[in-house]
Design a protein around this ligand. Sequence first.
Ligand SMILES: *[C@@H]1O[C@H](CO)[C@@H](O)[C@H](O)[C@H]1NC(C)=O
Ligand SMILES: *[C@@H]1O[C@H](CO)[C@@H](O)[C@H](O)[C@H]1NC(C)=O
Ligand SMILES: *[C@@H]1O[C@H](CO)[C@@H](O)[C@H](O)[C@H]1NC(C)=O
Length: 379
Amino acid sequence: MWGCRSAGVRLKLLGLLQPCWLRTRCRTRVVVNLQRFSTSLASSPRPPWRVLFLGTDQFAVESLKLLTSNRSSSKKIVENLEVVTLSDDVPVRRFAQQNQLPLHSWPPEDVDGRFDVGVVVSFGVLLPERLIKKFPHGILNVHPSLLPRWRGPAPVFHTILHGDTMTAVSIIQIRPHRFDVGPILNQELHQVSKNCTAEELGAALATKGAHLLIDTLSTLSERIANKREQGQIGATFAPKINASMSWILWEEQTCDQIDRLYRAIGSRIPLRTTWMDSTVKLMDFVGKCYISLSDQRTTVIPGSVSFQKESNTLAVCCKDGWVGFRTVVLKKRLTAVDFYNGYLHQTLQRNTPGQTAEGLFVSRKGRTEAHQMRDNSPM
Ligand SMILES: *[C@@H]1O[C@H](CO)[C@@H](O)[C@H](O)[C@H]1NC(C)=O
Ligand SMILES: *[C@@H]1O[C@H](CO)[C@@H](O)[C@H](O)[C@H]1NC(C)=O
Ligand SMILES: *[C@@H]1O[C@H](CO)[C@@H](O)[C@H](O)[C@H]1NC(C)=O
């Protein structure tokens, strides 16, 4: 294979080759080599590597970007780079096209003997064992969590949702049949900053992960020799996020939980509740509120809404306090003051003591919805 590569490079420099002729010739040589050295897949033990990259979304693009730019230095660790993506119009496909990287569709054909190592980042498809075996150094995965915590498709959402203060990026080797269970080659801790959203955390981990991937590839043989199996202790699963999580349960959820829910999903799926049988989307969350009630209600029950004039905020009572929103969508977008003047004001006036249902946001029970989301789907 080495012979084939250097011959290809030399001939290309001379400008003598048709690319398809080169490919045919290479394949023939590889077959011969594989037969001759059938006990081991002849691949260099050192970089630069021939890399096949599989990915889809913006999180994956960050890794692909660094691999792409690394090809052009004298100390490069990437020699050849080709890309597999799923058929849709996804960020990885656009990046590959803009940068003239050879593109394969899924499943890739013609992989035998052409790559040293694979890299898969947020691809969403289990790779079959027979494909993994075609890479002498295996297939690496960049996973944005402190594995074995948050295996599965939505680690960043769940990191925020559960209020983890520490996370990581992990570089693992892919195992067949199950997601995110392979041995850890490299792991770098990352402190989750206060108040950050899933988008912000995802972006920070994408950058960190890309650098950690390059670092891992530059010392790959040592990393593989020292790989660490994931234990079962502390293993958790991060299922896909779906829209049914966006219905707030005022009686059950605390200010903290609503805050985390908003930061986890709020920019993609608005938090929701019901108001007199209509769906209300709750936007522009401002966090926990400390309020003094100006109206005459004596008992405050979860779901109660209070308009805070000074801050132009709607405060809603939840399990352990009040949380504020600046905007709602009830058919159309309304600021807090518009909602108060147009809706809340009348219903509060109509209410007699002990009968406050019309001033209430009501939790919707039995929530089901099919809409599913992965962490890193286009942001
Ligand atoms: C490629 O990665 C290697 C190893 O980290 C590094 O030494 C080299 O400077 C990188 N080249 C570019 C162009 O980023
Ligand atoms: C987090 O947000 C709350 C309001 O939502 C704010 O009072 C607090 O200062 C913020 N903390 C940081 C560290 O940004
Ligand atoms: C949505 O997610 C919740 C929580 O993970 C889960 O219990 C529910 O089954 C999911 N619904 C659908 C339709 O996938």
